[in-house]
Design a protein around this ligand. Sequence first.
Ligand code: ATP
Ligand code: MG
Length: 767
Amino acid sequence: MTASLDKGLTSEGLDFIRAIVEADLRSGKCDRVIVRFPPEPNGYPHIGHAKSSTLNFGLAAKYGGTCNLRFDDTNPETEEIEYVKAIKRDLRWLGLEWDDNEFYASDYFEKLYEWAQVLIRNGKAYVDDLSEAAVRAYRGTVTQPGRESPFRTRSPRENLDLFERMRRGEFADGARVLRAKIDMAHPNMKMRDPLMYRIRHATHYRQGDGWCIYPFYDWAHGQSDAIEGVTHSICTLEFAVNRPLYDWYLDALEISPRPYQYEFARLNLAYTVTSKRKLLQLVGEGHVDGWDDPRMPTLAGIRRRGITPQAIRSFCEAVGTTKVDSISDPSLLEHTVRHDLNDKAPRVLCVLRPLKVTLTNYPATKRETLNAPYWPHDIGREGSREVPFSGSLFIEKEDFSDDPPKGYRRLTPGATIRLRYAYVIRCDDVVRNADGDVEELLCTWFPETKSGTTTSGPKPRGTIHWVDASNSLPCEVRLYDRLFGAVLPGDGTSDFKDDLNSKSIEILSDCRIEPSVAADKTDSRYQFTRLGYFWQDPEVSRPESLVFNRIVALRDTWAKLTARTRRHDVPDVEPKSPTLRQRERKMPRLDSEAERWVERAVLTWKLSRQDAAVLATAEGAAAFFEEAAQIAKPNAVANWMVNTLLPARKGKPVHGSEVGPKDLAAVVALVDSGRITTRTGRAILGQMLESGGSPEQLAAERRREAITDPEALIPVVEDLLEAYPDKVQAYRDGKKGLLGFFVGQVMKATRGKARPQLVKELLHERL
Ligand code: ATP
Ligand code: MG
C-alpha cells in the first residue's frame, strides 16, 4: 500500500533517519553508509525486528552502503544457536541479504578486553569489589547523587592485575566487576560509573568456556559498531539515555572515524506483546503451539499464518520511522495483508460449516462441471477452473435461516438464492432431526438460470457459496483471532497472560472445499469466497488431510464503525484562567522546610520558583511530584500539577485520587512525546479522576476512535459511494475534481476524525 499515515516526513519526503544520512553523505561526514541490524539471539525475531531490520537493510540498499547482520551475543545465559538459526532464516524470508557481512559481538571479546585495558591504564576504569546490592545502593536515585565506591581510587596497576585475574577465572561469579570511572553525581544515572564487565562462569554457545567475564551492552555495543566501521547506529528510543555513555566510551578510546547513535520509535502493535521475554513465556508455558504458532507476532508465526514477506515490508513502510512512540492497530496490518493478497489469491469455494442441500428436481445421475473464473472482473486477470455440480450440495449453515433478521439476503423457506458460478435455487422444505435442528434443505433447481447464460427465471435475493457434496474434499480450517483481548496486554498490574483471548483459535474439522485445490502447490494462497484469505498450514497440512489457516478475514466481518464503543462523556479538566493562576502564584508563604524544597527543585529539576512553591505548599504535592518526575520530564510534570491536577482536586490532597504519580507521568509523557494533544491529555486526566483507568489504554481508545483504522472507515466510504452513484460515474468519466467532494463528505460523516490521507486512499481503491 502507499504510505498512508502521518509520518513526520521532511519536505523532500524523507523520514528523519534518511534526512540525517543524506545530510551526512552530502557534508562528507561519511562517504559510505554502514549500518547494522543487531539482534540478540535469545528468542525468535518478531514483527518489531522486521521493522528495525528492514529499516537498516533498506538504508544500505537505498544509499549503496552495507548493512551488517551482527549477533549481539554477550550474555551466555540466554543465548542459543537455535535462535541464531531462526533469526537468519526469518530475515532471509523477509528478503534481506547480508552476504559475508555476518558478525558476532562475541568474536570481538578479545578486542574489547584490550580496549578495557586501555581505559584502565588511562585511569578511566577500575575494578570494584562492592557486591551487586551495594553497587545499586551506591548509585543514588534520580534526585540524589550516588556515592563513590571505596575501590574507586585503586591504581591502574592494581586494576590491571585484578582485571587480568578476573579473566583468568580466579574469582567467583559476582565477586568483582569492571566499571568505567565517570561521575557518581552525574544527573544521568547511566553515567554513574557504569558496569563494563561482570564475572559469569558460564558456557557461551559460540565461545564455549573461553571467557568467564562478559561485557555489558553499553560497553560492547558502540565498540562493536566502531570495529565494523558503522557510520549510523540506529536503535530504539529507550536507548536515548544511553547515548551519552555510547559517546563517552568512543571518546575515551579516541576512536576515529566513529559511529553515531540515532534513535527511532519502536513498532508497537495493539493486542500484541513483542517482548521476547514474554513471547518466551507464552511458548514455554504452552499458551501457544510453539514460536511459529500462527497467532504469534514472531516472523515464524506470521509466515506460518500465511502472510507474505511483501505484506510485512509494506506494513513496516506504512508505519514509518519516527521519533514519536505510538501503537499501531492490528487492523492496519490486516488491511495491508488484504491489499497484498487481493490480486495474488485466486478465488475458490469452501464451506466451513456444511448444511446439506438436495435439489429435488435435478436428475439423479446428472453431473456437471461448471467453468468458474479465478478472479473477479476488476482484478483483470485471466484464469479459471472447473467446479463439479450435482443435485447434492453443501452450503454454509449460516446462510440459511427460518427466522431471518430484517434485511437477510440469504436462504429462507420459500426464498430464492443464487449459488455462485451456478444456478438459482429455491428452498421448499426443511428436514429436521429429532432435536429439531435443521439437517437438510430440499430445494428446486432452475436450469434456465445457469451463470453466464441469459438471465431468465426467478430473481435471487443474494448470492452464496457452496460445494458439491460428493465431489468436494474434506478439510480442516483454523480461524484465528487476536491472541490478546486487551489493547495493551498486562497494562497496569495484571499479568499479561490474564489478557489472553480464550477464543483466539477456532478449529473447524468438517469443512468441504472444491477439488481444484488438490492439484495446486501447497504454498498457494486463496480467497475463499465470502470468507477470507487462506492457505495450507505448512506444518500440518497433508494431501490426504488438508488443513487451512485463515490468514485474514474479509473486511465485512469487521465493520466496527457501527459498533463503536461509546465514550464516557466526562468533561475535560479545564486549566484555570491565567490571571487566576498568577494570583495564586504569588500566594504561597513558605516555611523553612518548604523553602529548602523549593531551592532543591529549582536546582535539581530546573522548576520555576512559582511552580516549586505551589508544589512545596500543597499537601503531598512535593512527594507526588518527585515520584512522577522520575518517569516524565520534571518541568512538564510540574506544569501539569500546578495548572491542571491541583486545580481539579479543588484543595483536596493530590494523592487521594484515582490518579497516582505514575498515572500523571504517563499522561505527561504521552503529551510530551506528541502521541496525544494537550487537550486530549486533559480529557484523559478528567476521565481518570472520575473513574480511574490507565492513561495508555484511554489514549489508545481515543486513538482508535480517531479512526486511523481503515476497517472502521470502509463502511462509511462505501455507503457514501452508494449514495452518490451519479457523482461516482462522473468521477470515473474524468471529473477527478470530485475527489475533494467525496473526501469532504467522509470527513463530515466522521466528524473530522478520519485521516484525510487514508480516506483518499480508500476512495482511490474504490473509484
Ligand atoms: P525484545 O524486547 O523483543 O527482547 P530487544 O530490543 O531486546 O527486543 P534485540 O534482539 O536486542 O531485541 O533487538 C534487535 C534490534 O531490533 C535492536 O536494534 C532493537 O532496537 C530492534 N527492535 C526490537 N524490538 C523492536 C520494535 N518493537 N520495533 C523496532 N525495533 C525493534
Ligand atoms: Mg536488546
